[in-house]
Design a protein around this ligand. Structure first.
Ligand SMILES: *Cc1c(COP(=O)(O)O)cnc(C)c1O
Length: 364
């Protein structure tokens, strides 16, 4: 069979291992498995959200305008609902951006190590993928590469998955001043709620950016702190021209009726979001202390995960060892890094992670 030749150099996205697979492969009981591999909210979905969704007659397509969710987001961010597009996860908005801007000789630019989907979608459209020499975001390098190669899209992951570092809002503004309006700058804010809480200088105000820059799109998601990874809802915020173009590549009814209900009520329960973020950083301190005590290196993180690295650790071996004991974390070997990314879990889950890593050290 003939397949699109672009597929040849695309490696499929390596999703976090599902709990069911560990149950089947290692015979571990479902309730004994701790999944800290995909940065989902370990405190689950807000009970208020669960109460608000109803599975009733689902024969009709959803209201494709998604007006109630857009109105909620518009009020939350202080923008107009015409500045918003809804996607099946913000992943889908990444694809919309690439699809809508794609042309002959298309190029994208991103950090040395960042969210894999930028490159995967870009290659699907035959784009050239440029990366900065540094793994983390280094805006001087972005600028240099921009001036040399004039990429069509620049992806800034703020904070960056999988490393956890985070640019400041002011640094991004200074950078944008040098970028021509022909280049789209995507600010991926999948973990912005965490970053803004930890350090307000790292909080991005989408309203401010889209007001000033016609070539910026901000992406947000309900999959992380909002506790709705299973519902697949994300959004993009930009000036109307960009949103209009993206809507042309969006298939209708791209999220479900149930997802829509859940996202609308999740947005209203900001109390839940605040408490999850607070607990996240209390637990993050334990990860930092554990690392320091055990001679493990880590990158200070503005997210709900932490990246551990150490010469003494062989990340693939440690991840496998943890997996066999029911703890799923993310090996970063696929990024050619000897490091692992651990989602910050609940107090109890983290205690188990620490005990297991210590046991690994004493046996290896
Ligand atoms: C999780 C994540 C997303 C989007 O996830 P969706 O579930 O598709 O909304 C986007 N960017 C980054 C950096 C992420 O970590």
């Amino acid at each position: 069979m003939y397949f699109n030749p672009m597929l040849r150099d695309i490696a499929s996205y390596e999703a976090g291992k599902p709990i069911e697979l560990v149950v089947r492969e290692y015979g571990i009981k479902r309730e004994d498995i701790v999944k800290l591999a995909s940065n989902e909210n370990p405190y689950g979905t807000s009970p208020k959200v669960l109460q608000s969704i109803h599975l009733e007659d689902m024969s009709l397509y959803p209201d494709d305008s998604y007006y109630e969710l857009k109105d909620g987001l518009a009020a939350h961010y202080g923008v107009d609902s015409q500045n918003i597009i809804i996607g099946s996860g913000s992943d889908q908005i990444i694809e919309f951006c690439i699809h809508a801007l794609h042309k002959e000789g298309f190029k994208i630019l991103h950090a040395g190590i960042t969210f894999a989907m930028y490159g995967i979608y870009a290659k699907l459209y035959g784009a050239k993928v440029l990366k900065t020499p540094d793994n983390a975001h280094n805006l001087a390098q972005f600028l240099e590469s921009y001036q040399t190669h004039k990429p069509d899209i620049i992806f800034l992951c703020v904070p960056n998955n999988p490393l956890g570092e985070c640019l400041e809002s002011k640094q991004i503004e200074d950078f944008l001043a040098h970028i021509s309006p022909d280049t789209l700058v995507v600010i991926d804010g999948a973990y912005q709620e965490y970053a803004a809480y930890k350090d307000s200088a790292r909080g991005i105000a989408p309203a401010h950016f889209i007001d000033k820059y016609p070539n910026v799109i901000y992406l947000g998601t309900f999959s992380k702190v909002y506790g709705l990874g299973g519902m697949r809802v994300g959004y993009g915020i930009a000036q109307k021209d960009i949103i209009t173009a993206l809507h042309k590549v969006r298939a209708p009814f791209n999220i479900t009726t149930l997802s829509l209900q859940a996202a609308i009520s999740a947005l209203k329960d900001q109390e839940f979001i605040r408490s999850c973020i607070q607990k996240n950083f209390e637990q993050m301190t334990r990860y930092e202390e554990f690392a320091t005590t055990n001679g493990i290196g880590f990158i200070p993180s503005y997210t709900n995960f932490i990246t551990y690295h150490s010469e003494q650790i062989q990340s693939t071996k440690l991840c496998q060892w943890l997996l066999e004991r029911g703890v799923i974390v993310r090996d970063l070997a696929s990024y050619s890094l000897n490091a692992l990314r651990i989602t910050i879990g609940t107090q109890e889950q983290n205690t188990r992670v620490f005990a297991l890593i210590q046991e690994y050290f004493s046996n290896n």
